[in-house]
Write a protein that binds this ligand. Structure first.
Ligand SMILES: [Zn+2]
Length: 178
């Protein structure tokens, strides 16, 4: 495997020293993550001289299963941490209800079974930024009638006053002109 003929020429330094190598501190833009960590033991075509990495279409294709594994592991880890944080502020059942999840789903994810979607992980992440406030906002959001959402960016009392006067378009125009 390590014989000279398996080495490719590096387009950056011209040395014939590119072969799959382990490495530290490497990242890749993968799905939702602009800088996903590549595990040290994953082999990436790299120049032995100038250390240029060749994460081209071909090598990413070969790495795809490993990268997907890393990605799913990251989603599971982040979801578990988020559930632990949010559980201090609300019950898992209540959290499942406002997120539209089936009962027990978060417990299963917390236990490490199943893969959370990036969408769910995103929602949990945003809720974690300020759990009491975000959870209250979400509950209020679901409690609102359709025509009262989205709330206009103005004080609540004025918004309500104008809403009772006329249609939403007028309200929006007034807001934009301010
Ligand atoms: Zn090179």
């Amino acid at each position: 495997m390590n014989t000279a003929h398996t080495l490719r020429r590096c387009i950056h330094c011209g040395t014939k020293a590119v072969k799959p190598r382990k490495g530290i501190g490497r990242t890749i833009c993968y799905r939702t993550m602009p800088c996903m960590q590549i595990p040290n033991d994953i082999l990436v075509p790299t120049c032995g001289r100038c250390k240029s990495e060749y994460l081209d279409e071909e090598s990413v294709g070969i790495l795809a299963p490993s990268l997907q594994t890393v990605y799913l592991q990251s989603l599971r880890t982040r979801t578990r941490i988020a559930i632990d944080i949010l559980s201090k502020h609300t019950s898992q059942r209540r959290l499942e209800r406002v997120l539209g999840l089936s009962q027990g789903y978060l417990s299963r994810l917390r236990a490490g079974s199943g893969n959370p979607s990036p969408e769910l992980t995103s929602h949990l992440a945003i809720l974690c930024h300020d759990p009491p406030t975000r959870l209250m906002e979400l509950e209020r959001f679901w409690a609102l009638p359709d025509e009262e959402w989205p709330p206009l960016e103005m004080p609540q009392t004025r918004f309500r006053k104008r809403l009772s006067h006329g249609d939403r378009n007028t309200n929006k125009k007034l807001t934009n002109n301010e």
